[in-house]
Design a protein around this ligand. Structure first.
Ligand code: SF4
Length: 171
């Protein structure tokens, strides 16, 4: 049985798809998200939507993941994103939730990725191809987070909205 330190989290999977440097910083407890106004705003959106539909959705923690909204009756995972931009990383995070649930024999149907600011909801379905590639994501997350030093800065369009921006771009 793996100990909890070897479990990969949904956030790590998302950061793996966004930026390996961000993944490493986060995994080494260099966390700046909680000071970010954007995150506070995201939490507000999440909690606000949650209250409206509280009776349907439950929290579920298993292995390294914590799903805020799970409809056990229908096997639906719901993830709310504050972003005005859809990211592949968001889809990857929901796919990972579905994968971990399935791996633990929890009946699961699909995911709902909600963007309140865009007023859009996307369905996420786990495919055979995803089931094959996700173990590779996990192995890569573990490899990167165990690197002795932080991966180098790679300038990306997402940098300007990243909570590590000042850390990475300090003179
Ligand atoms: S600012 Fe850019 S390079 Fe630094 S962690 Fe964020 S996304 Fe990665």
């Amino acid at each position: 049985m793996a100990d909890s330190s070897t479990f990969v989290t949904g956030t790590q999977i998302a950061y793996y798809h966004l930026c390996h440097r961000k993944l490493w910083l986060f995994a080494h407890n260099i966390k700046m998200e909680q000071h970010s106004e954007l995150v506070a705003e995201g939490k507000f959106i999440d909690e606000h939507s949650y209250l409206k539909r509280a009776e349907r959705w439950q929290e579920l923690s298993i292995e390294g993941i914590k799903i805020d909204h799970f409809d056990a009756k229908q096997g639906i995972v719901r993830e709310v994103k504050k972003s005005r931009k859809k990211e592949n990383a968001h889809r990857a995070q929901v796919l990972y939730y579905l994968y971990v649930l399935e791996r633990n024999d929890i009946p699961v149907s699909h995911g709902l990725l909600e963007y309140p600011k865009l007023r859009q909801t996307e369905e996420v379905w786990l495919t055979e191809g995803d089931r094959k590639v996700i173990p590779h994501w996990e192995a890569e997350v573990l490899r990167i987070t165990q690197l002795e030093s932080c991966p180098g800065l790679v300038k990306k369009p997402i940098c300007k909205n990243c909570s590590y921006y000042e850390f990475c771009y300090a003179e």
